[in-house]
Design a protein around this ligand. Structure first.
Ligand code: URA
Length: 253
């Protein structure tokens, strides 16, 4: 089975089960063979020789003076194995001068890796529409990710990859000083808040990151797979607008 399918399967299954639980479903029929397979100790997967070649964990300065310094540091970063497979680093882009909103996703995909820009693929087009529906342009907000390099086959970033990269995001947020952060999807929220509660529980509830109010919501990729969840995301984005003292603009025909 391809790695990407496996990771997406786990993510979809997790979100689906959380959703069922939150809807009050108490019982699910599961085939005994599935339970037996799940109960087995997973076999340790050996790290293929050469996987860590070129990875040199180097300390990330704790006080960057500017976003440009962070971007330069990120582009030379070799702190985790994602550096071996990236084409471009994707530090983030947009209004870095105290924008109303900073959107934070999980990590670059193929299009983002090719262009070095966040959210420019299909999910990015949907994010752009969401930003537009809120009455902003992409240039007026800041868009970044928890990890700055593409995980191979678009798999979910591993906890240790997020941990290695998060000092950059933390300092980006400190320099950019957005009024509100919107966290996109389960993985970004786990990385940002370290919470085990799932996205279906946390979405629509105010959280905090670095002293800034953070609204978790579903990831645009999830909305592409299940457009029925757009309603919930729009509710979350309306809470963000309310926090900013803004009204959504009239809908375009
Ligand atoms: N998904 C993300 O989480 N980030 C991107 O930049 C693109 C897709």
């Amino acid at each position: 089975m391809a790695e990407t399918t496996f990771y997406n399967l786990v993510e979809n299954l997790e979100t689906y089960l959380e959703y069922q639980r939150d809807e009050g479903v108490q019982r699910l029929e599961v085939d005994r063979a599935v339970l037996t397979a799940l109960a087995k100790e997973p076999e340790a997967v050996p790290v293929p020789p050469g996987e860590l070649a070129g990875v040199e964990a180097a300390p990330i300065p704790s006080e960057f003076k500017s976003l440009e310094e962070i971007t330069a540091h990120v582009s030379a970063c070799r702190n985790c194995p994602l550096c071996q497979t990236r084409t471009n680093t994707v530090p983030g882009e947009g209004n870095a001068d105290a924008p109303d909103i900073m959107f934070i996703g999980e990590g670059p995909g193929a299009d983002e890796d090719a262009q070095g820009r966040p959210f420019v693929g299909k999910a990015g087009q949907l994010l752009t529409k969401m930003i537009d529906a809120m009455g902003y342009s992409r240039e007026e907000v800041f868009i970044a990710n928890v990890v700055k390099c593409r995980p191979p086959n678009n798999r979910t970033p591993l906890p240790e990859e997020m941990e290695a990269c998060l000092p950059y995001l933390w300092q980006q947020v400190g320099l950019i000083k957005p009024r509100v952060i919107v966290g996109l999807g389960a993985t970004a929220i786990k990385g940002l808040l370290g919470k085990t509660a799932g996205i279906t529980r946390l979405r629509g509830t105010w959280q905090e990151y670095g002293g800034i109010r953070l609204m978790p919501t579903f990831h645009p990729s999830y909305l592409l797979r299940d457009p029925s969840k757009k309603k919930e995301v729009w509710q979350d984005l309306q809470l963000v607008l309310k926090e900013l003292g803004k009204e959504p603009p009239p809908r375009k025909k």
